[in-house]
Design a protein around this ligand. Structure first.
Ligand code: NDP
Length: 274
């Protein structure tokens, strides 16, 4: 079984570099998918209030027999609950659906700049952290200006920014901003939801390594230093996606994949998504 390396966050908490995402997994399939992932060796699970499947994640965790401290559970605050009091209430509701007494990482799901509530929301996140109800706090889909505003006005720098990132959208500027400020880059839709897996560059490299295209793309992320959270409901793919720690891409492979960068956003633009 693959052993996933840890990444150390800016407050010393460690998080597995590869985890399991459950976006678009129906609630009734979530327990089975997460159970398969835990059996395959995943220890980090990425959900969100808006996915509607926190309870399924919680059931799989409870049934796993794993000790709580062996697991790393991330969930996210949905946009409509931004604001100080509403964020605290939404956190309680997420925790209760998960059946946990703390989460490892709590993220603001989108900045929704037109709402202009993410600073107030961050204040609530700092309180959750100070109260020991979360081990780390971070954000998702934040652009440099949104991050800078938090850095300028608050004591806690986000531990993580979870952003759309894959070979078609490599986010060089954000990754450099993160590196300067000690923020970990976490890639969502690391496989571009499957859209890049038939590209000639990727399939050629995969063939040469005797690996699948998905494994090559995940390996590219890991060698860049990203945290990745591929999603699948297919047991064979769930297992395949974690078997990526026993081979390495060459500098040439990395360069060929870097050349695929082309501003290919599959999700909303964070500056205008409100
Ligand atoms: P991914 O890039 O992980 O791709 C998932 C898709 O790829 C599914 O259709 C899956 O099919 C397919 N797939 C997975 N593994 C393989 C494989 N080995 N070979 C071929 N196809 C494969 O997309 P997601 O959008 O789900 O992103 C991953 C996670 O990131 C989410 O689940 C969520 O946790 C997070 N996320 C966060 C967002 C945010 O705003 N913060 C936004 C979007 C995602 P199948 O399931 O049928 O096997």
């Amino acid at each position: 079984m693959s052993s996933v390396p840890d990444i150390t966050l800016n407050n010393g908490v460690t998080m597995p570099q590869l985890g399991f995402g459950v976006f678009q997994v129906p609630e009734e399939e979530t327990e089975a998918a997460v159970t398969t992932a835990l059996e395959a060796g995943y220890r980090s699970i990425d959900t969100a209030a808006v996915y509607g499947n926190e309870a399924g994640v919680g059931r799989a965790v409870a049934a796993s027999g794993l000790r709580r401290e062996e697991l790393f559970v991330t969930t996210k605050l949905w946009n409509e609950q931004q604001g100080y009091d509403s964020a605290l209430a939404a956190f309680d509701a997420s925790l209760s659906r998960l059946g946990l007494d703390y989460v490892d990482l709590y993220l603001i799901h989108w900045p929704t700049p037109a709402r202009d509530r993410y600073p107030d929301t961050w204040r609530a996140f700092e309180k959750l952290l100070a109260d020991g109800r979360v081990r780390a706090i971070g954000v998702s889909n934040f652009q440099p200006a949104h991050l800078q505003r938090l850095i300028d006005h608050f004591g806690v720098v986000p531990a993580v920014n979870q952003i759309e990132l894959h070979p078609g959208l490599q986010q060089k500027e954000l990754r450099e901003f993160h590196a300067r400020h000690g923020i970990v880059t976490e890639a969502w839709s690391p496989l571009a939801q499957g859209a890049l897996l038939t590209e000639e560059t990727i399939t050629r490299i995969a063939e040469r390594h005797g690996r699948t295209p998905a494994q090559v793309v995940l390996r590219w992320h890991l060698q860049l230093g990203n945290v990745v959270i591929p999603k699948s409901v297919t047991p064979e793919r769930i297992r395949q996606n974690i078997e990526v720690f026993d081979f390495a891409l060459s500098d040439e492979d990395i360069d060929a994949i870097t050349a695929l960068d082309r501003g290919m956003r599959t999700g909303p633009d964070p500056d205008t998504f409100n």
